[in-house]
Design a protein. Structure first.
Length: 188
């Protein structure tokens, strides 16, 4: 009788050990799955941050290009200024993704702000500008119908010119990039 009780006690301890091991296995699988999910989410957040920083760099380059256009005395002689192109000579389509477009005098580098002595971007955002031609308002457009007093053909005799700006920014690791295109109008 004593031998049977001893055998039953050993069997019960073995069952408890087996149950504990199974629960430990399930908990381990849950922990591994949770770690993989956290790792994936961290990679997604890093990629999103990279994209946002690249977009901010490209927008900074757009603003700098607009200021450069505003500083022009006239739209002539574009091909003598680095990063400025005459009508029809600027890179188009898929060629804006080529690294050579964004190197040297093909584009203009933008000064990058610094935080605690270090630049925000590993690569400076860049832009190029193409003179498109005269800008005209669409006839029949309700926003173009403006009534002004004391205005005649000699008042405000300026000509509006249109420009195409293409800007490129990279993220914090320079692995991601964003390229923005904008059309800008200025009166001369």
């Amino acid at each position: 009788m004593m031998g049977q009780q001893f055998h039953l006690a050993i069997f019960q301890k073995g069952a408890a050990l087996l149950t504990s091991l199974l629960i430990l296995l399930v908990l381990s699988l849950l922990a591994i799955s949770s770690m993989q999910n956290s790792s994936m989410q961290e990679r997604m957040v890093s990629a999103q941050r990279e994209g946002f920083m690249a977009m901010e760099g490209a927008e900074l380059a757009l603003r700098e290009a607009e200021l450069a256009i505003e500083a022009l005395a006239s739209p002539s002689g574009f091909n003598t200024i680095d990063g400025f192109y005459e009508k029809g000579t600027a890179p188009r389509g898929g060629s804006v993704f080529n690294a050579s477009v964004w190197a040297g005098g093909n584009s203009v580098s933008v000064t990058v702000p610094t935080v605690n002595g270090s630049a925000l971007f590993p690569e400076s955002p860049r832009y190029f500008v193409e003179y498109v031609g005269e800008a005209q308002l669409e006839v029949g457009n309700e926003s173009a119908d403006v009534n002004m007093t004391n205005y005649n053909h000699e008042t405000g005799a300026s000509v509006a010119k249109a420009f195409r700006i293409v800007a490129r920014g990279t993220g914090a690791t320079a692995e991601g990039q964003r390229i923005l295109e904008e059309y800008y109008r200025r009166e001369f």
